[in-house]
Design a protein around this ligand. Structure first.
Ligand code: PMM
Length: 273
């Protein structure tokens, strides 16, 4: 899943694709590079981000989705928590709703998704973007995130979202410390069994990647966003190895190459067995 952020303030690419022409060109480029889904978002969910009014979010994403959907056959997802934005995005050609609130911000989003027969991603977040990194706490992060996702999947099913259309995401970086993120990635097989649907993982360029590498001596404190690609790739390979069906990334070329190599290794491994 390639990321197309039409926002002024996303943590790693804020402002780069706020211009619709730039966003459309970027989406088409990611599709050509091998993305299987393009995730278009008009509201930043980075820690501390302020909410964006629905009309502004609509103005950002709808023209971009219309043009990307017309230019490529790659499915488009809309990264939003708002039912009205989801509806307009689905009308404009999106076929998947990626909801980081898992239907809690605006429960109408579930009916909108169900009615359109669209895909639906439920993601775990502790708290809300403005405050979520203040002091995240869990007794057992893998179990609690798994229980939350299973519960929200049931709610989505009850609202009529199609059985095969669901994916679940542990929400790396959303109300989690570095240790919580690492434990969730280590616990992906357990999480996958618990939720019983496809698992999506989004680690791309996130703070924990920079912090782990800084700890390992690569830089004091943190590694800047533009130096987190190799660390991101390690997590992409790890996640796919542990059952993730979808990985959400900014840089599609390295992720596709890494996963193709992984496929070749699995094929050789199966042949040798
Ligand atoms: N991360 C961000 C935004 N949307 N959606 C899902 N399903 N999973 C994620 O991990 C996720 C997301 C924040 O990253 P960005 O600002 O680079 O898009």
């Amino acid at each position: 899943m390639g990321i197309v952020n039409v926002t002024p303030d996303s943590f790693s690419d804020g402002g780069r694709f706020l211009d619709p022409d730039a966003a459309v060109a970027h989406g088409i480029e990611l599709a050509e590079q091998g993305a299987d889904v393009l995730d278009v978002g008009g509201e930043s969910t980075r820690p501390g981000a302020a909410p964006v009014p629905a009309d502004e979010e609509l103005d950002r994403v709808v023209p971009v989705i219309e043009r990307i959907a017309a230019a490529t056959t790659v499915p488009v997802s809309i990264d939003t928590t708002k039912g009205a934005v989801a509806r307009a995005a689905l009308d404009a050609g999106a076929t998947i709703v990626n909801d980081v609130s898992a239907g809690r911000s605006d429960p109408a989003i579930l009916g909108v998704t169900a009615e359109a027969g669209a895909g639906y991603v439920v993601m775990h977040m502790q708290g809300e973007p403005r405050t979520m990194q203040a002091d995240p706490r869990y007794d057992d992060v893998v179990a609690q995130v798994g229980d939350f996702l299973a519960d929200r999947i049931e709610v989505a099913r009850a609202a009529g979202v199609a059985e095969g259309a669901l994916a679940a995401d542990p929400g790396i970086g959303f109300g989690k410390t570095v240790e919580h993120n690492l434990r969730l990635l280590a616990g992906l097989p357990t999480l996958g069994e618990r939720v019983g649907v496809s698992v999506l993982v989004g680690t791309s360029r996130k703070t924990f990647v920079g912090k782990v590498l800084a700890r390992a001596g690569a830089a004091p404190g943190d590694l800047p966003v533009d130096q987190r690609e190799e660390g991101t790739l390690a997590t992409v390979v790890w996640a796919v190895e542990r059952g993730a069906s979808i990985v959400r990334v900014h840089d599609v070329v390295p992720a596709v190459r890494a996963v193709r190599l992984l496929d070749a290794l699995h094929a050789a491994d199966a042949g040798a067995a």
